[in-house]
Design a protein around this ligand. Structure first.
Ligand code: NDP
Length: 245
């Protein structure tokens, strides 16, 4: 197993990519705390799946838009797990529409959840991470190419994670902590359903011709979280079925 007895916190893991990451880290031997905003029952289901894999799990309600709640969620995870080795900043929200029409509340929500929360969670986790620690952000292929109009604000929020990843990797490298970014392509979740109204358009540029699954992202995260990835830091791994090829 890649992650025997490691302790991980995955944000936004009641469903979708985060839930797949939580299950996969547990299957690789980690105890896993997750956060969610609204889906308490789904989050409890993910915890049961972690436990069924023989690992400890807990679900923490924490709105990523709330800085105090984000900080507290890291402390609660550390208390439950007895420390932390891996932080996965996965929680994110999508926004689509022309910049001229974007409401201030929507701009604030995107920046707070997609950018500020990963910074705050990292800041809180750094106090507890030791040698071999891992921070992994979940970005988006839109940070590399904004293929269609209406994605400016969301894409900006994800490209912010790329430079944050590089800077933080330099800060934490001397302490033996790596920081990386995984950039999913089109992954079949509630956010981007493979049978949704835009899915035919989205599928066209994908080299392998189909959507990916949460597990496709989760396996990349598990590898980057493992000791095998000790020399990989400050970089982005795009997992997109060749969308950008
Ligand atoms: P989903 O919308 O399917 O799931 C989002 C998850 O994040 C849920 O568990 C949700 O919790 C949680 N979440 C949302 N907002 C908050 C919040 N304010 N506070 C705490 N938790 C929150 O998204 P995906 O699984 O598709 O996306 C996961 C990540 O991957 C995001 O960062 C997204 O931007 C990124 N991504 C996704 C792609 C895709 O094609 N699906 C492509 C590229 C990037 P709850 O259930 O409680 O609402």
């Amino acid at each position: 197993m890649l992650l025997s007895n490691k302790r991980a916190l995955v944000t936004g893991a009641s469903r979708g990519i985060g839930a797949a990451i939580a299950r996969t880290l547990a299957a690789e031997g980690a105890d896993v705390a997750i956060t969610y905003e609204k889906s308490a029952e789904l989050a409890a289901g993910v915890v049961r799946e972690i436990e069924a894999l023989g690992r400890r799990g807990t679900a923490i309600q924490a709105d990523s838009a709330d800085a105090t709640a984000v900080r507290a969620s890291v402390e609660k995870a550390v208390a439950f797990l007895g420390g932390i080795d891996i932080l996965v900043n996965n929680a994110g929200i999508f926004h689509m529409g022309p910049v001229k029409d974007a409401a201030l509340a929507d701009i604030d929500a995107i920046l707070n959840v997609n950018v500020r929360a990963p910074v705050i969670a990292s800041q809180a986790a750094i106090l507890h991470l030791g040698q071999g620690g891992r921070i992994i952000h979940i970005g988006s292929w839109f940070a590399e190419q904004v293929q269609w109009p209406g994605l400016s604000i969301y894409a900006m929020s994800k490209s912010a994670l790329a430079s944050f990843t590089k800077g933080l990797a330099r800060e934490l490298g001397p302490e033996g902590i790596t920081v990386n970014l995984v950039q999913p392509g089109a992954i079949d979740t509630d956010m981007n359903p493979a049978a949704g109204p835009l899915s035919e358009l989205i599928r066209q540029p994908i080299a392998v011709g189909k959507y990916g699954s949460g597990e496709d992202i989760a396996h990349a995260v598990a590898f980057l979280a493992s000791a095998k990835a000790q020399y990989i830091t400050g970089t982005a791994l795009t997992v997109d079925g060749g969308m950008l090829a």
